[in-house]
Design a protein around this ligand. Structure first.
Ligand SMILES: [Zn+2]
Length: 205
């Protein structure tokens, strides 16, 4: 899905380009495929430079300025790195948790090579708990956050994705095992009993 305007939901959205434009960029701007932001590169009260422009409502925004209320979904997917790769396998090898602003939490289990859902569970929690979690997730994407990475060759790897309401995504990848990112997510999921079971397995001994 392409980028949509967070204000009016139009998909009549074009990028904003700064600096002195090349001839090609000027032509694109004349066709209406690009907005020229000018040569002045400035930074108003720490916010980012607007990088998208809505031709329908003239809204300008920057993905870096999005806050908790601009998140449409947070998805945490992880998969095992061990075992043989068998495209025919229907064994659970990939798992995903999706956290929505309305308090809906979805769990899915997939085989390694397809999106065929083998198992799923949906629970609902208080919205405030999701807001707190989103706050922590946004913090992980801040450039000044010190991220401790866990590196294991044969365990599980993860991908954490924020989807914003303009359809743009931010991703972080890593290995599962108590690093800053995966711990933030798993600590949250473990506060939800049904999801804790999914995460840790029922028959742990
Ligand atoms: Zn708009």
């Amino acid at each position: 899905m392409g980028c949509i305007c967070p204000k009016c939901k139009s998909n009549n959205v074009i990028p904003i380009m700064y600096g002195y434009p090349a001839l090609e960029a000027m032509e694109e701007a004349e066709k209406g495929n690009l907005k020229l932001g000018g040569c002045m590169i400035y930074d108003i009260d720490g916010g980012g430079m607007a990088d998208r422009y809505c031709k329908d409502c003239e809204n300008e925004w920057c993905v870096d300025d999005f806050l908790v209320e601009d998140i449409a979904k947070v998805r945490f997917r992880y998969w095992s790195n061990w075992g043989c790769y068998n495209p025919e396998s229907i064994k659970e090898d990939q798992w995903a948790f999706e956290v929505f602003p309305d308090g809906t939490i979805k769990y899915f289990a997939y085989p390694r090579a397809s999106r065929r859902v083998l198992d799923k569970e949906i629970v609902h929690i208080e919205k405030d708990r999701v807001i707190d979690f989103y706050q922590n997730v946004i913090w992980l994407y801040r450039p000044w956050t010190e991220i401790i990475k866990c590196e294991v060759c044969d365990g599980c790897s993860y991908e954490l994705t924020i989807t914003y309401k303009d359809n743009r995504k931010k991703k972080i990848h890593g290995d599962l095992g108590g690093g800053t990112v995966d711990k933030t997510v798993t600590d949250f999921l473990c506060t939800i009993p049904k999801m804790k079971i999914r995460l840790e397995g029922e028959d742990d001994d």
